[in-house]
Design a protein around this ligand. Structure first.
Ligand code: AMP
Ligand code: MG
Length: 304
């Protein structure tokens, strides 16, 4: 990767980053229709194709190096485009090196543990990229918007009192810091969808039979809490965009642009990590040379 390409990726994604320490307001500061300097879909699709190839190459290097890992956290409201983004971003990668972890309503077993337990169990290994389709951030989003979820977590009164959200932000930041310090980069993408675009996508899920399975009546009930979610997102962005794991707000009203932006952020991270194919030691190189000689001699014997 040349410095030029690294620089271009940086300036492309910089406007999407929630600058750590700077207060943002989701509605005022981030437009779901932001063009990101790519006005035409055809240009965006071509850029995405190039980006996917680049991701594939870096993923091979990350897997070969087996030293660092990457965790991608994907958050969005229903119909925000998480599934399509995952499908595209992963499309060039080797299935051996990537994994998706989906997080739904917690199971009984999961509720028997501390709230980060189920996320910790699905973390990447060294060499791996893992995408969290929904993530530990649900613990300060859906759980905050619907506090009855907290009842199921059976916390002691003392652990619920005070400012539980502030404490969770602190714990999450510390956990991500710990992961980063230990070689695992945390990439956080929030797909920012407008209320009107969500309405249109829901209608499509109802009207197109092949999409019916993606829709549930509960999605419309959840939509009634739109403002509470926007607030929870704003709080989350302000409290958990850190130097080691900043948030990126992805304009999500155009699917192709959302995919391009998501791919660019991930590419930026991988370029920064710059994983390397392992260098052969002198003895290992000698071993390779011996093996080559043996294979060549075999051919000579065969033809002789
Ligand atoms: P979907 O991603 O559409 O299949 O839906 C998964 C559902 O699980 C969503 O409605 C989320 O709000 C819900 N969910 C995910 N994580 C949690 C959590 N930690 N607590 C409660 N509900 C959750
Ligand atoms: Mg859903």
């Amino acid at each position: 990767m040349t410095d030029l390409q690294a620089g271009r990726t940086e300036s492309f994604i910089a406007p999407l980053r929630v600058v750590p320490g700077k207060k943002v307001d989701l509605a005022a500061d981030f437009d779901p229709k932001y063009e990101a300097g790519v006005a035409k879909k055809a240009d965006g699709v071509e850029l995405l194709r190039v980006g996917i190839e680049l991701l594939a190459e870096y993923q091979r290097r990350l897997a070969a190096e087996q030293t660092r890992g990457v965790l991608v956290c994907l958050q969005a409201l229903d119909a925000g485009g998480k599934d399509g983004t995952i499908r595209h971003v992963m499309s060039g990668m080797s299935p051996q090196g990537v994994r998706v972890a989906n997080f739904k309503v917690p199971s009984v077993e999961e509720l028997d543990h501390d709230y980060l337990w189920r996320y910790a169990r699905r973390l990447p290994r060294r060499g791996q990229i893992v995408i969290f389709n929904r993530s530990h951030y649900e613990e300060v989003l859906v759980v905050r918007v619907h506090p009855e979820n907290l009842d199921r977590q059976r916390l002691r009164a003392s652990a619920r009192g005070g400012n539980i959200w502030k404490r969770r932000y602190r714990e999450i930041n510390a956990w991500e810091r710990y992961l980063t310090d230990n070689g695992f980069r945390v990439v956080k993408l929030f797909l920012n969808l407008s209320k009107e675009e969500q309405r249109i996508r829901f209608l499509k899920r109802i009207d197109v039979p092949e999409r019916n399975w993606k829709f549930s009546a509960a999605d419309v009930r959840e939509r009634a809490h739109w403002d509470a979610y926007q607030q929870a997102f704003t709080h989350m962005l302000n409290a958990t965009s850190t130097e080691w794991a900043p948030w990126y707000v992805i304009p999500a009203d155009r699917k192709w642009r959302a995919r391009l932006c998501a791919a660019a952020v991930l590419a930026h991270t991988l370029i920064d990590i710059d994983p390397q194919y392992p260098k052969m030691s002198a003895p290992a190189r000698r071993e390779l040379a011996n093996a080559r000689k043996e294979l060549e001699e075999e051919a000579n014997r065969g033809s002789g």
